[in-house]
Design a binder for this molecule. Structure first.
Ligand code: THU
Length: 138
């Protein structure tokens, strides 16, 4: 349980770096990898709107860029104007990106408003019957 709080706190700590001048919807994520290390990411919007990227994907890309290949938990915080007021569930594209680097039955997704107010679910619950690397023999 303490690990969940630590991961949520890591996401809260970097939420101020979210770059969302168009939506004012700020999101931050922290992934825990099989190595035990934590990597964070925030949403980064763009004047060409589709070029923006979600916090979950920047966090996972951050982890992969540092050599990680396996994630075991991800904490997500989000809300308008840097206030983590929502239970910010991951978008469909982010669910699919998570799928690449985990066993969906084992990945814990933590949707948090604070270190004391969060929901836990597995990726399997959020993305059932998913298409993954195994389908391509990987
Ligand atoms: N956003 C995320 O970062 N993660 C999600 O799972 C949902 C949406 C971002 C994308 C965009 O910058 C803003 O929230 C509003 O959609």
């Amino acid at each position: 349980m303490t690990d969940y709080k630590q991961l949520i706190q890591a996401a809260l700590d970097c939420m101020h770096n979210s770059y969302a001048p168009y939506s004012q919807y700020n999101v931050s994520a922290a992934v825990l990898c099989a190595s035990g290390k934590i990597y964070t990411g925030v949403n980064v919007e763009n004047a060409s709107y589709p070029a923006g990227i979600c916090a979950e994907r920047t966090a996972i890309s951050h982890a992969v860029a540092c050599g990680e290949k396996s994630i075991t938990a991800i904490a997500i915080v989000g809300g308008k104007n840097f206030t983590p007021s929502d239970y910010c569930t991951p978008c469909g594209i982010c669910r699919q990106v998570m799928r690449e680097f985990c066993d969906p039955t084992q990945l814990t997704v933590i949707i948090a408003r604070s270190t004391d107010d969060y929901k836990l679910m597995t990726l399997e619950q959020l993305l059932p019957e998913s298409f993954g690397p195994q389908m391509l023999g990987k």
